[in-house]
Design a protein around this ligand. Structure first.
Ligand code: URA
Length: 251
């Protein structure tokens, strides 16, 4: 079914995924269920195409916004900000630190007390891809912990720690420095479980005092100061869309 000029036509499931409505597969289910219409006409065809800049596309009667030019930002999130678009208790969110762009939202999350690299985008499909459990990208942190973990404790972090939600996958762990009763440890993980790094260090009885994410895959925090942001360059966005597999990245 063709509704607009040939060159701007995109498959309906791609349009819905780009708008962050659903993954492509879930969008196919919406289409098959007859919940999607183009210019007033319900379509159940998975091959249906439309021009997302001009067609009126509705899902359950609600309009799918036309696509904005995709942007991806890297923000140095300071500790003390929530990683969310809105907070019902009106606490500070990361959105106060970035320009107002329709549809801009954080990719994944950092805890309130964690600082460091946070990516934001208005490209719902990129967010769905990166936050999908099958997407393996490294996340590197610098953790300042209480006490000085032994070599054996660091090895436990490397090989896998039994947490309440299961064994952690292999991690890269390196002691950076220690003094007095604290140590700074670099840890790289390929998972994104809730409070994972903090829980891993709690499990070895060295709780985290300060946590900063310094890289996500090939994107480094670099010289960004807390509260500063920058646009990713196209090459960095391309790397994010095609991450190396875990096997290629682990030592
Ligand atoms: N692990 C944590 O414990 N907290 C974060 O914010 C990110 C990873």
């Amino acid at each position: 079914m063709i509704f607009e000029s040939m060159d701007k036509l995109q498959r309906l499931q791609k349009i819905l995924a780009r708008a962050g409505i659903a993954s492509r597969r879930a969008a196919e289910k919406l289409i098959l269920a007859g919940r999607v219409s183009i210019n007033g006409e319900v379509t159940r065809q998975l091959g249906a195409k439309a021009d997302p800049t001009s067609a009126v596309i509705l899902v359950d009667g609600r309009k799918v916004p036309p696509p904005a030019a995709p942007i991806v930002l890297a923000l140095h999130k300071p500790a003390g900000y929530l990683t969310t678009c809105q907070d019902e208790r009106a606490r500070r969110t990361v959105m106060a630190l970035v320009p107002t762009v329709p549809g801009l939202h954080p990719i994944g999350r950092l805890d309130y007390a964690t600082g460091g690299l946070l990516l934001l985008t208005n490209d719902g499909e990129l967010t769905l891809a990166i936050t999908h459990p099958s997407y393996k990208i490294s996340k590197a942190y610098l953790a300042t912990v209480t006490g000085i973990p032994s070599t054996a404790a660091l090895e436990r972090l490397r090989t896998g720690i039994a947490l309440a939600d299961g064994l952690t996958a292999p991690a890269i762990v390196q002691m950076i420095r220690s003094s007095g009763n604290q140590a700074v440890i670099a840890i790289t993980i390929w998972e994104g479980r809730n409070r994972q790094v903090r829980r891993m260090f709690e499990a070895i009885a060295h709780p985290v005092r300060q946590l900063v994410r310094v890289a996500i895959g090939p994107i480094a925090l670099g010289n960004l100061r807390p509260g500063q942001w920058r646009n990713l360059i196209p090459h960095e966005v391309k790397l994010l869309r095609n991450p190396p597999s875990m096997r290629e990245t682990l030592p």
